[in-house]
Design a protein around this ligand. Sequence first.
Ligand SMILES: [Zn+2]
Length: 117
Amino acid sequence: MKRRITEYLDIDLEASEWQCNRCGASLGPASQNYKQGCLIAQRSPEEIWEPLVEAPVTFSFKPGWCRIVEFYCPGCGGMMEVEMLPPGHPITHDIELDLDALRARAEAEAAGAEVEA
Ligand SMILES: [Zn+2]
């Protein structure tokens, strides 16, 4: 029983784990943050938005104000998520699912029952 959660992220309800939906690689237990199972890269915002002028204000984000954190699948290298965080900020835990409710819904659907959205 797999469910698509985001464009690149599935949850396997039987194995209770996050999986890449491109290659099926495990991204760790469903009870934890899937980002802990990803490869992580940190980039300076100036790599992405190059400063346009040499001045105190450059039309780019200052590296001391934020960092770009990229999350990649360890199996296929697909980018799973990107977030912009202040330096020192912990990685966000943005998806937390009610696994019991998802399992009950999947079982009801498999049994042919109509399930309210
Ligand atoms: Zn993958």
